[in-house]
Design a protein around this ligand. Sequence first.
Ligand SMILES: [Zn+2]
Ligand SMILES: [Zn+2]
Ligand SMILES: [Zn+2]
Length: 342
Amino acid sequence: MKDLRKDYVLDRFVVVPAASNRVESRDIVDGKCPYCPGNESMTSPSVLSLVAQDGMLQRLSDSEDSVVDGWSVRVFESNDPVVSTTSSSSYSDKPLYSEPAFGYHQIVVSTPDHKQGFQNMTVEQWSNVLVVVQDRVRWLYTQKGVTYVAIYINSGISAGAKTPHSHMNIVTFSAIPPIIELEAEGAHRHMNENGNCPACSMISVESSGPRQVLATDNFLSFCPWASTYPYEFWIYPKRHVTSFSKITQKEISDLALMLRATLGGMSKALDGAPFNLVFHLSPEKKNSRQIHWHIEVYPLTGNISGLERGFGVSVNNTRPEKSAEVLGSACRKELASLVGIT
Ligand SMILES: [Zn+2]
Ligand SMILES: [Zn+2]
Ligand SMILES: [Zn+2]
């Protein structure tokens, strides 16, 4: 169980263990990985196991006494959740504010193969993962107390992963996370002043410019003009769409190719650097401010300095144009090998 504690003055929340918290982390035990096939009993029962059979995808789930075998993607409730739907802690207001960290925290094991990374799984497997994530996002938004669904990858122990086995996290919140609030607010202001979506105009500026990394039929990836980190890149759908849950199967297949090519290229260019990948989606509540949905990838190539931590000022020692040149050439090679052009 966790609590959300609010800062003394700022509108800033931090998740901390509640007083009643029982430490219950079942990571690699006796050399056994809980995310590997055969070790399903080490996790909660699956809420969704995607099984590929005769070219068809079946959506199954574990029952009390039986586990679905032969899965290609498996989803279950985290054993060490950031948020929980069964929180036993309560609200406190005085003298300091805290509330139970309410929500769902699901783990999406992205491949049955322990050694397969996001950068070297097949495009088809990536597509299966995206189908599952879209399924989960749609379901979670129908649940009570879910205002926002955060989807992210921690790849590598220094990026926050608890096991090397490839997986994604899906965490829901009852309020909109601060960065999404800022992006939505900025987009709303731009829309009022200029009458168009800032991301749509950004896409036309960054297409075929010096910061472009890769383009597919429906997606564009580029290093942003004011990148916070070296080799940071973003992936945007070229058409204006506010939520990942609304994209078509054809777009999912194209996004799978884009993700596989860029993560594969990045891994080769940066020698397998750990990374975080996040989905930025619009809050789906009626009348809330919308953003052009996208993915942001932050490779971990350096450390955070006092200027960043203490003042919120980022110093990026690699020009985004240079990052795009390095990533672009590696990612184009990767794409060519994936689609069979040499
Ligand atoms: Zn494993
Ligand atoms: Zn747009
Ligand atoms: Zn964003």
